[in-house]
Design a protein around this ligand. Sequence first.
Ligand SMILES: C[S@@+](CC[C@H](N)C(=O)[O-])C[C@H]1O[C@@H](n2cnc3c(N)ncnc32)[C@H](O)[C@@H]1O
Length: 287
Amino acid sequence: MPENDLSIEEIENLSYYDFMGYLGVPFYQIGGLTSTERLGELCQIDEDKKVLVVGCGTGFNACYIVRKFGCRLVGIDIAEEAIKKAKERVEREKLHDRVEFRVGDAYALPFEAGTFDAVITQFVSQFLDMEKALKEFARVLKTGGCIGINEIFKDGEMPPKVAEKILEAEQILGDITQLPFTIHTSEEWKERLEKAGLKGVEIHENREPVSLKESPQLIKEIGGFGKFFKLMVRMMKYTLLSRVIRSRFKKLDRAKRVLVGYPMIKSATSRHVGYILGVGNKNENEG
Ligand SMILES: C[S@@+](CC[C@H](N)C(=O)[O-])C[C@H]1O[C@@H](n2cnc3c(N)ncnc32)[C@H](O)[C@@H]1O
């Protein structure tokens, strides 16, 4: 879609993720593509597997998974603008024989029971009521299939000042996305997967946010330096033109600084935050 299709007012009224989708922001999760690849390995994805990515955004990570593991994949997201960009990506990357993107809700997946070998979320489950969502993920999973999550965690214990800042970041992200946003501890993530009846649950903690070494790959995945530059210019343009958008970016920046710190400089708060890769398999008696 040409970027000037919507007026500034219409853009301001888009939901946060529709807005990010409209801009074409790739939604890089804090563990970067390294974490995506590791999650794919933990879920034992290969060319014989059919994978569902819930909350696929603009399809950046989903297409990476397909190219890396050769699987078939369906990506769903509630944000229509993000799905439009994801469909453009499929065409651009000539992946239409293996990938399909469509609008859909994590709580009411438009698929029959037992359709997928793996269901994955990356920086999505922390926005969801996990009890409700995991039931739905397990329903569309084949017996023995894998649920894999790549989400933020926080330490169970930390100085009160740090806990206050993390709470502030949670509130900011909840506020700008208008979604309930909660950062769980590793134990809480484990508990949620186990409560859903999954077997062999494993939680892998990682405290290293995305490495700067991934920057060239990120730019390549965005579509090259030209596209990256255009994205930056577009973001700057809307920041200058709209107070509402300016405020969104300012809040996002604040939350990011609290949770991930600066490249190579960990803040006091970011030392107590990282990402978990969590996996578990569907039992015979489940779903
Ligand atoms: C931070 S983005 C993650 C993007 C994506 N994982 C990626 O790899 O690029 C969170 C995404 O979750 C989506 N989302 C939030 N709630 C959802 C729901 N109930 N059903 C489907 N998608 C949802 C948002 O629209 C957004 O695109």
